[in-house]
Write a protein that binds this ligand. Structure first.
Ligand code: 13P
Ligand code: SF4
Length: 347
């Protein structure tokens, strides 16, 4: 039963004390979230993984790329686990290292040595390593603007992997025109752009989040019609059109804070993952809060981490079996850390 599983989790946590650390992303289910030692957005969880030097075992409640990042940022002795190895990220799957190397070769032919690669942390360790090796950095939704500005101090152009929407929204906010952006299609291995090549400043990888693509202009129009006083706040993984029509856009931490700081009685429509929206609704009974898409949008891979998988993972550690260990090889780590540290130094 749930009660029995909760008891087993509590017991192991108590027994292991500071030797065990459970970081948990905001999109996790409540049944898992309740056991978190720390919660946060991708940036905060990466920072916490780097700061924590006490824990021997880090059980990451989030998705695969986050656990990889934690493994890269922790010491060799610290071990990172993902309670269900099927917890991937459909966006991170939209760019693999072979496609990236193939793209890079073609882009170098087109633009010479004028491009700096940046990758959203929602990417494989191999891509982070590629970016680190080529002088670039990782970004998260809470520091994307700062990182894009930093990139333009180094080179004339950037390649932004793998989320075209975060890349487009960020560059647009910094004054880059849509006519100065091109899209790289990894499946066709070609640049989609109709203007003059010399004008391109930002090359967006053709990837997206399958959760945030469910928030549409139609949803925005519906909310504006039904609730004229409601503020619309969305994650920048939403399309340019949706972000342009919304009132505010930012990372999960930003969304949480904006709503916390709003006055009692405020009304909000939120465009992000369902578990977080539901939690915010529960935490603010004094505010009127809905999902921007009335069919709540879950991240299926985040939801793979449930209480039974968490307990199974904790018990395997307790019994010395150490199942579902996430280990990034040394060469990949060495280069990936360059990309991550360039970001963390500026965050
Ligand atoms: P943040 O929590 O960094 O805003 O990221 C959202 C997300 O989609 C993580 O996969
Ligand atoms: Fe990946 Fe989107 Fe899920 Fe985040 S919400 S883990 S970007 S699929």
């Amino acid at each position: 039963s749930t009660g029995e599983l909760e008891e087993r989790a509590r017991k192991i946590k108590k027994k292991m004390g500071e030797r065990l650390f459970i970081p948990c992303h905001h999109y996790q289910k409540d049944e898992v979230f309740q056991f978190a030692d720390a919660t946060g957005d991708s940036l905060k969880l990466a920072q916490l993984s780097q700061e924590n030097r006490k824990a021997e075992y880090i059980v990451f409640c989030g998705v695969h790329f986050m656990a990889e990042t934690a493994d890269i940022l922790t010491t060799e002795q610290q071990r990172v686990f993902l309670p269900d190895l099927r917890a991937g990220c459909s966006m991170a799957d939209m760019a693999n290292i072979h496609q990236t190397e193939r793209a890079w070769e073609k882009l170098q032919n087109l633009f010479g040595d004028t491009i700096l690669p940046l990758t959203y942390v929602n990417s494989t360790a191999a891509i982070k390593a590629f970016v680190g090796e080529n002088g670039g950095a990782t970004v998260t939704s809470s520091n994307a603007e700062k990182m894009v500005q930093w990139a333009f101090q180094q080179k004339e152009r950037i390649l932004f992997l793998p989320d075209q929407h975060l890349g487009r929204n960020t560059a647009y906010n910094l004054g880059v025109g849509l006519e100065e952006m091109a899209v790289w299609d990894p499946l066709q291995n070609k640049l989609i752009f109709e203007g003059q090549f010399e004008k391109v400043k930002v090359i967006l990888w053709k990837g997206h989040c399958s959760v945030h693509e469910n928030f549409t202009e139609v949803n925005v129009k519906q909310v504006r019609d039904d609730y004229p006083n409601m503020k619309i706040i969305v994650h920048p993984e939403c399309s340019r059109e949706v972000v342009a029509l919304a009132d505010l856009a930012g990372s999960t931490n930003y969304i949480i804070q904006a709503i916390e700081q709003s006055k009692p009685g405020s009304a909000w429509a939120i465009g992000t993952e369902m578990n977080l929206v539901k939690r915010i609704i529960k935490q603010h009974p004094d505010k009127q809060i809905i999902s921007l898409n009335p069919h709540m949008c879950p991240c299926l891979t985040m939801n793979r981490i449930d209480l039974p998988h968490l307990v199974w993972c904790l018990e395997s550690i307790e019994q010395g079996e150490e199942r579902n260990l996430i280990q990034v090889d040394e060469t990949t780590s060495t280069f990936a850390i360059l990309a991550l540290e360039r970001m963390l130094a500026l965050s």
